[in-house]
Design a protein around this ligand. Structure first.
Ligand code: HEC
Length: 201
């Protein structure tokens, strides 16, 4: 049975365009991301190669992977090795003035607020004193030639920058604030920062 209000709309021809527009609006609202049977607007987010929850075509994707095998991560890849393996790595960044300048720039943007513009740690960066007040165990480390990082090989320093202090050494994250930069800086950039730190007396 048709409700009386709908019957009124059917009888009143002038209400038809409005009723049609409303029906269309409801129909369109039902469409969600990637649910068009036909992509008549070829928009970037309706990517041909990957849709969320899409069953993977046999042989197309590596097992257990949710992204196409040839996709390129934009935030840098996760490190496929542990601390011991990282210690054996040599710094692939060139040892020249341009690389050190780039590392210095990256340091200023990403690290100086804690470790200080001079990389001396302690309270030389604006955040240093606040970290202790916030309950973290250590002040930012001295990253110059006189600090603890100077006694570690390049690969280990790179690993700490990548995984964070707690992550690198298997310590409780809540007590050690040195953050992991794995997803914030590219691998190349992290090695450039190591080059810069090694240039400090
Ligand atoms: C939020 C503050 C903060 C930021 C940002 C930060 N650090 Fe740290 N860092 C620390 C603290 C604090 C420590 C001491 C270890 C701990 O308690 O986490 C530390 C430790 C380290 C160590 C280990 C030193 C040792 O004992 O061998 C290295 C290397 C290091 N930081 C490099 C960096 C670099 C490079 C950046 C920027 C890419 C950076 N940190 C950004 C706070 C910070």
């Amino acid at each position: 049975m048709v409700p009386p209000s709908l019957r009124a709309i059917f009888r009143n021809k002038r209400a038809w365009p409005l009723a049609l527009a409303m029906a269309l609006a409801f129909a369109l609202a039902g469409c969600s991301r990637g649910s068009y049977p036909l992509d008549f607007f070829s928009e970037m987010h309706y990517n041909q190669s990957y849709k969320a929850q899409e069953p993977q075509a046999a042989g197309e994707l590596p097992r257990g992977s949710s992204a196409p095998s040839d996709s390129v991560p934009v935030t840098g890849r996760g490190l496929p090795y542990d601390l011991a393996q990282a210690r054996a790595l040599a710094n692939p960044a060139p040892s020249d003035a341009a690389t050190i300048a780039q590392g210095a720039y990256l340091f200023k943007v990403n690290c100086a607020m804690c470790h200080g513009a001079d990389a001396k740690g302690g309270s030389s960066g604006p955040l240093g004193p606040r970290l202790t007040a916030a309950g973290y165990l250590n002040p930012p480390a001295d990253l110059t030639g006189t600090g603890p990082a100077a006694k570690k090989v390049d690969g280990e320093v790179f690993f700490v920058i990548s995984k964070g202090y707690a992550g690198a050494y298997g310590l409780p994250a809540g007590s050690f604030v040195m953050p992991p930069f794995e997803k914030l800086m590219s691998e190349e950039s992290r090695w450039e920062v190591v080059r810069y730190l090694r240039s400090l007396p």
